[in-house]
Design a protein around this ligand. Structure first.
Ligand SMILES: CC(C)(COP(=O)(O)OP(=O)(O)OC[C@H]1O[C@@H](n2cnc3c(N)ncnc32)[C@H](O)[C@@H]1OP(=O)(O)O)[C@@H](O)C(=O)NCCC(=O)NCCS
Length: 158
């Protein structure tokens, strides 16, 4: 059955919550509550096979210019089939369409993000993120995540 990538709908909330939770246990993703997902659906993209959510991802907007790719996840049995790539690309296009200049992520899967076109950066470049999430994180002193960044909509200089 063909995979379809689309914006998330209210029917997807439970499946998204379960997918994110499956990676939150290992610390690969931050937990997201059902309420949080439901109230930010416009920022979520899913890849579905029939009705089944196989992958998801979201944008978190800090300022009109700065956004984060958050909760990008592919079901364990669907990994390494390009789904992470298509959801990641859909989020990049969504951010570009919104006029975002700088898109970043914090991740343990640096190689995957580099394949998407991100470059390695420094967490300190994103004080908004550090202030909002990292300072509350129980393992902030031994964080093993790497900041990655992509610049979008760069102004053209004539
Ligand atoms: C990271 C993740 C989203 C990748 O999804 P995926 O569907 O397996 O990845 P894709 O098949 O689209 O892979 C795209 C490319 O990235 C590479 N890649 C995938 N996972 C990788 C990893 N963990 N480390 C390094 N490279 C990786 C693939 O080899 C592929 O490259 P290729 O085209 O040269 O073969 C998935 O492993 C996942 O859900 N991980 C747990 C959650 C997580 O860590 N999310 C990221 C933080 S937001």
């Amino acid at each position: 059955m063909k995979i379809k990538v689309r914006r998330a709908s209210p029917q997807d909330v439970s499946a998204i919550a379960a997918l994110v939770a499956s990676y939150a246990k290992s610390g690969d993703l931050l937990p997201r509550s059902r309420q949080e997902i439901a109230s930010s659906l416009v920022s979520w993209v899913v890849a579905v096979r029939g009705e089944a959510v196989q992958a998801c991802g979201s944008l978190v907007h800090y300022t009109p210019m700065l956004s984060e790719i958050r909760s990008l996840a592919v079901a364990e049995d669907a990994k390494r089939n390009g789904l992470g790539m298509v959801v990641g690309q859909a989020l990049i296009e969504e951010a570009r369409g919104r006029g975002v200049h700088t898109l970043f992520a914090l991740t343990r899967t640096t190689g995957f993000f580099q394949k998407l076109g991100f470059e390695i950066s420094l967490e300190q470049r994103f004080p908004e993120k550090v202030w909002r999430d990292c300072r509350l994180c129980p393992i902030q002193d031994r964080c093993d995540e790497v900041a990655v960044v992509m610049n979008l909509n760069q102004p053209v200089i004539h």
